[in-house]
Design a protein around this ligand. Structure first.
Ligand SMILES: [Zn+2]
Length: 106
């Protein structure tokens, strides 16, 4: 088992774990449930993702870098109310007709 990535929080660790699982790489999150359980470790330890199979480490690192170099995605795909085009999450306006998306009140 090899250390792959130290996440900022439990949610980020879980997202990455799920992402790698889809790619066939088994990982385990260490350090997210320590409060009250293991007295000698600091309570503010960050959850760390470990690759179970050492042979997957290089590929897992590559996938992790690719994953975090993507633009942030804040929601799900949405459909333009004007022209009906399906738009990727992260776009605030329709790339087809320029109409604002459902998040334009933010
Ligand atoms: Zn449109």
């Amino acid at each position: 088992m090899r250390e792959l990535y130290q996440a900022a929080d439990r949610v980020e660790a879980q997202i990455l774990k799920d992402h790698l699982q889809v790619e066939g790489i088994e990982t385990v999150i260490v350090g997210d449930q320590l409060s009250g359980a293991v007295g000698e470790l600091p309570a503010d330890i960050y959850p760390t993702l470990w690759v179970l199979d050492d042979d997957d480490l290089a590929r897992a690192k590559q996938l992790t870098e690719q994953y975090f170099s993507r633009p942030p995605v804040s929601g799900q795909r949405w459909r333009c109310r004007v022209c009906g085009e399906s738009i990727d999450a992260g776009f605030e306006i329709c790339w087809n007709c320029g109409s604002p998306g459902p998040n334009d009140n933010e």
